[in-house]
Design a protein around this ligand. Sequence first.
Ligand code: XIL
Length: 349
Amino acid sequence: MGENPLSAGGGRRPRAGTRRLLVAGALGALGTVTALAASVPAGAAAGTLGAAAAQSGRYYGAAIAAGHMNDSTYVATWDREFNAVTPENEMKWDATEPSRGSFRFTSADQIVSHAQSKGMKIRGHTLVWHNQLPSWVSGLSTTDLRSALVNHINNVMGHYKGKIYAWDVVNEAFADGGAVGTLRSSVWTQKLGNGFIEEAFRAARAADPNAKLCYNDYNIDDANANKTRGVYNMVKDFKARGVPIDCVGLQSHLSQGSVPSNYQQNIAQFAALGVDVQITELDIGGSGSAQADAYRRVTQACTAVPRCTGITVWGITDKYSWRSGDNPLLFDGNYNKKQAYTAVLDALN
Ligand code: XIL
């Protein structure tokens, strides 16, 4: 979509560099302690995105569509390069609860069971959004909408309880224009008011207390943009009032010329509020070295901030990208590694 379509953890683990192996042996009878300290070189740089990210305790994931899992190169590339996954569409409301109270998890389960068999982290995407929302939801009264919201969260999170690393609880709630803090008008704001976000996060914590709960949005990559300030203020307020929130997802649907110069500072300012930051839907339109440079900058911005816990690219190959024509991913249509791939791998290493 050209310029810009739309758009978690804890402590830092040791970097890969030099690891110290400390071997201590005690000669009890003599009371002598012998300590051997050896510097073990980290060895060759990791050869895949997931392994390279894992050196600093991070993950590197991809959005996966169940419908492409019959493409063996697609699955082989996913398995080889990535250690995390986000179902691209399969966990959205229209897929999981197409009619009221009737839940379907077949396609999402396909992705989840494959990911689990490979030991991958799974991001759940997404519980409350204005898009890909079945029309029956929009027709509900305020009372019914509120109970449908909680019921949806309970059922979807309940089905995957214990399996999901982080959930995008609310997606894209902020407006693109207007004053700081303006929410997008939707069935959620119209019937439940601005408090719908807080209601969703509270219900989500109760449904799966072990999943990280994220707020996810696009166009919040620039540290000073009004939309970013709005999300920042919300997270700060949630933290101050004890509303459960653990992470902010920067979708980061970008173009090679549109990576904000303060992108790292932006990640750092969210992290300073006491939440993890994840880059959740990364894709960068462009080509060649300019695209590679943009990917390098985004990767370095994440690895420079301890609470930036992982990166997910929104697809594997350009041929299946939702931004067809932008060629925004790391593998071309024939699964060849692009310059952008090498830039990311180098930056992670
Ligand atoms: C996109 C998918 O990639 C497409 O296949 C689908 O047709 C529309 O949604 N922000 C989000 C993602 O949070 O869920 C969107 O995914 C891309 C924008």
